[in-house]
Every structure is written in C-alpha cells, then in structure tokens.
Design a binder for this molecule. Structure first.
Ligand code: FAS
Ligand code: PHB
Length: 397
C-alpha cells in the first residue's frame, strides 16, 4: 500500500457529515475542541437526501441553545400533537396539554443546511468525496483515520475518532466482533414515501391504521406535503402509479369520513424505504465513539431517527470536551451506557408505534392493534404515554 502522503492532526476526527457529524463538530467547537470531518459523498449529495421531518422538543431546544434555530423559528411549523385514525374513529392527541412539550415540522434537509452554514461560517474543515476511509489504532491514545482525498492519501491523527457514518459506514464494524453485541429486527413491510407539490390536507400529522395497510400524512411546508403508504418489502416503486398512490392514501387516511378530504397534487419524489430496528453496543470502543445511525436504526414510525442522533451528540460532545480539554474521563467512560438508555427507549417506542399501526395478515393481531388504538386514544395514561415518547423525553433522562 502506498504510504500516507499527508498527515493532519486535530482533536477529534469525525467520520460522516450528516446531522450527527456536523452537529458534533459544532458543539465541540463551541467549547474550543477542534475537529476534521471526513465524508464519502459530495456536499450536494448529502444536502439533497430526503429524510426525517419531525424535530422533537429536546432537539429544538438544543438547536436554539446553540444558535442553530433561527431559520427553524421562521420557517418551521410547531405542532401540538398528531391524529390517530382508523376506519371508525379519528382522535387528536395534544402533546402540549398532556406533557407541556410540542414537536416541530422542519425537514432534515433544512437542519442539514443550517448545520453546514454554521460550520462553513466557522471555517470547519470538511473533506468531502473521500475514499478508502479506514480507522486505525483505536486502542491507543493517538487513533487515526486514513483515506484518499483528491487522489492523495491522507492520514488524520486525533485524540478521538467519532463514528457518525450512519448504517453503512466503517465505524460500527471497527468495534471488534468479540466486543460488540448487535440486535436487529427486519419488519415484514416497507414505506412508499412521496413528496407532493400540494398544500397539506391536515393541520397536523395523521397516522392511519387501515385493513389495506398503514398510511401517514406529513408535510414539509404550507405548499409541500409528505405522505407514506405501507407496501410489501421489495415493492418496486414503479408498481405504484401516482393515481394508485393517491387512491390508496384517500382510502387509508379516511377521505370523505369525519368530514375530512384529501387533496392530491403533483408528486415530485417517490421512494421505497425498508424498515428495521438495529442496535449495536457498546457505543464506545477505546478511542472510537459511535453516534447516530452508526450505532442504531429505528423504523421511522416514531419520528425518532434524527432526534436520537441529536441526543447521542448532546451527550457525546461534553464527554469529549472533558476528555480532550480536561483529561477527565468520567463522561467518556459512561457515554455508551448513558446514550443507550435513550436508544432503547426510542427503539421500543418506534417498534411499538410500528407494530400498532402496520397491518398484517393475522386477524388476531388486527384485533390487538385496534384494541391498543382504542386504549391509547381513550385513556389519559395511554395518551400521555404516547405523547411523552413522541414529543421526546428530556435528553439524558
Ligand atoms: P446519516 O446516515 O444521516 O449520515 C451519515 C453520513 O456518513 C452520510 O453523509 C454518509 O454519506 C457518511 N458516510 C457513510 N460511509 C462513510 C465513509 N466510509 N466515510 C465517510 N463518510 C461516510 N428518521 C426520521 O426520524 N424520520 C424519517 O422519516 C426518516 N426517514 C429516513 C429515510 C431514509 C431513506 C433513511 C436512510 C433514513 C431515514 N431516517 C428518518 C433516519 C435518518 O433521518 C437518520 O436517523 C439520520 O440521518 C441519522 O443521522 P446520522 O447519524 O448523521 O447518519
Ligand atoms: C416525515 O415527515 O418524513 C415523517 C414524519 C413522521 C414520521 C416519519 C416521517 O414518523
């Protein structure tokens, strides 16, 4: 192998320029800890990925606390709760009444734009379009990441490596197999998601159980709607014409029932998203710390993926500041256990919402789902339980 041509040095080498990596670089810089971010894709590619849409209360508070929420405050849409519906009924759960916490509709693409703008204003070094990214010497105090950038081999040495490289990056696999433990559940259905240039037909999100399958009405702005329908795994997106999608959404969301109507419009993007739960422990091995999708994946039914990445970083940043600036190892040593409490809470909640709302061929399961929906919408305890998980528990709970 050709020797590294260029060696860079920093405090924290961050792999991945998604929300976890870019937020971590920002929070570290606020406390005087330097980082270099390494990203395999182009900046445009990362910016264009359509992902999450809901920010929970703690995420918004953290972004505000660090001066990252100005545009969110202007362009985001604060929601008090969600609707749960099934053929006979439709109920609104008001999170603010139940828990004092709201959620915000503000696409992950917008969060990413705000993070990138803040890091560029701070002259953050981000190496895009890197290849052959490999982690080295993780069980030493001088770990390193080697890569190819602009045709040159580069070695970046730091005190710590932060694996923020999502579910397909090299970090999770860098934890030795004898050390790591993983849990995975693949769900027997997927989501077909669309973006449509049409005003939302609802003021707040609608989650719908229906014998034909789950459907959800979300949104991105006053003029752009985001909607999903449950489809079998492996469904080719071409199988679903625009008309078929809108017909299924109308039936499943309850068009014409309870005085509600769904307004269709031009579909600008459609894709099929498989659903799985995945957790890998520990979230720290030597000088490597995992945050975000590199350590866990949740089905999107609970709107937790992006918010969980933020919560990891909210714990990891102060731990690394203590380690790098003060040589205080306590929060770094407890990071994995501290983060995993929320990871498992959000993993359970996402599994619970998913299995409650997605129809299966088992008629017994359908009765259990309907009974659960009746309880969750009629009982104060049921409503509060869903509300506190959806709006999000305080970070570090
Ligand atoms: P990310 O995956 O966002 O970022 C990881 C970054 O690491 C990427 O930019 C990647 O290119 C980079 N990387 C990978 N390998 C690398 C390497 N070898 N070297 C350097 N960089 C590398 N969550 C919700 O809450 N609601 C949703 O509706 C929702 N929809 C989703 C749809 C899709 C298709 C996907 C994949 C995820 C969705 N999620 C959703 C979850 C998603 O929002 C994640 O939780 C969120 O992006 C997590 O952020 P990161 O941990 O930063 O990981
Ligand atoms: C979205 O707007 O993309 C969205 C909202 C809520 C979810 C999942 C996705 O649970």
């Amino acid at each position: 192998m050709t020797p590294p041509v260029e060696t860079l040095r920093t405090d924290v080498v961050i792999i991945g320029a998604g929300p976890a990596g870019m937020l971590l670089s920002h929070l570290l810089a606020v406390d005087g800890v330097a980082s270099i971010v390494v990203e395999t894709r182009s900046a445009d590619y990362v910016a264009a990925r359509i992902r999450a849409g809901i920010l929970e209360h703690s995420t918004v508070e953290l972004l505000r606390q660090h001066g990252l929420a100005d545009r969110l405050g202007r362009e985001g849409d604060e929601h008090r709760g969600i609707y749960l519906t099934w053929p006979e009924e439709k109920h609104h759960l008001d999170f603010v009444d139940l828990t004092g916490r709201s959620v915000w509709v503000y696409g992950q693409t917008e969060v990413q734009k705000d993070l990138v703008a803040a890091r560029e204003a701070d002259d953050q070094q981000v190496l895009y379009e890197c290849g052959d990214v490999a982690l080295h010497d993780l069980e030493t105090e001088r770990p390193a990441v080697e890569l190819v950038h602009d045709g040159r081999r580069v070695r970046i040495e730091g005190r710590v490596v932060a694996g923020c490289d999502g579910s397909f990056g090299p970090s999770r696999a860098s934890v030795p197999s004898g050390v790591q433990q993983t849990w995975e559940k693949v769900y027997p259905y997927s989501w077909l998601g669309i973006l449509a240039d049409v005003a939302p037909s609802t003021d707040e999100l609608i989650y719908a159980w229906h014998p034909d399958g789950f459907a959800m009405h979300s949104m991105r702005s006053e003029s752009v709607s985001r909607l999903y329908v449950q489809v079998p795994n492996g469904t080719p997106v071409e199988e679903w014409s625009d008309d078929r999608i809108w017909e299924a959404l109308a039936v499943r969301l309850g068009h014409g029932r309870h005085g509600w109507e769904l307004t269709p419009g031009p579909i600008t993007e459609k894709s099929v998203l498989p659903m799985r739960s995945y957790v890998q422990t520990p979230m720290r091995h030597g000088a490597l710390f995992l945050a975000g999708d590199s350590a866990h994946i949740v089905p999107p039914t609970g709107a937790k993926g992006l918010n969980l990445a933020v919560a990891d970083v909210a714990l990891l940043a102060p731990a690394l500041v203590d380690l790098v600036r003060k040589k205080d190892v306590r929060r770094a040593d407890s990071y994995s256990d501290d983060a995993l409490r929320r990871v498992w809470r959000c993993t359970h909640f996402s599994w619970w919402m998913t299995t409650m709302l997605h129809t299966s061929p088992d008629p017994f399961e359908a009765q259990l789902q309907l009974s659960q929906l009746r309880w969750v919408t009629s009982s104060e305890a049921g409503r509060t339980g869903l509300a506190e998980n959806y709006a999000g528990l305080p970070i570090g709970f």
